[in-house]
Design a protein around this ligand. Sequence first.
Ligand code: 4NP
Length: 152
Amino acid sequence: MKKILMVCLGNICRSPLAEGILQSKLSSKSFIVDSAGTSGYHVGELPDGRSIEVARKYGIDITNQRSRKFTKADFDKFDMIFAMDQNNYADIVALSENEEQHEKVKMILNELYPDENRSVPDPYYGGDQGFENVYKMLDEACEIIASKLEQK
Ligand code: 4NP
């Protein structure tokens, strides 16, 4: 069973989409996909309504998700940890305690743009178009992640 964790700041906008999208592309028999936030600002909350809506538009239900905070225990629970932006990446890596944990952390858009360390823009303070844009980039990145994982 391979386990993949998606991480953003609030765990209500970007990483819930990444979780739902990747899950939809993988067999649930062989993979566990989860998400978390580096902050505890929204713990226990549903994803943002605009993330719920854009996911629903593309046939994915993310209303089973509730926000939780990333913890050090996640380094041992998960095989791969995808950060949505450079701040998330730095915050997660700062909690790592050895090279093995550090190496589990990747920038999700490096799947599309290797070594460029591009960030998924935070859509929280923007309009619906930002969520559509985020959905599309995460869908492309997750397509690559899923094809790599299903090959192994
Ligand atoms: P997310 O977006 O990190 O994609 O879930 C945000 C959600 C909430 C806040 C910031 C970003 N906030 O500051 O409350």
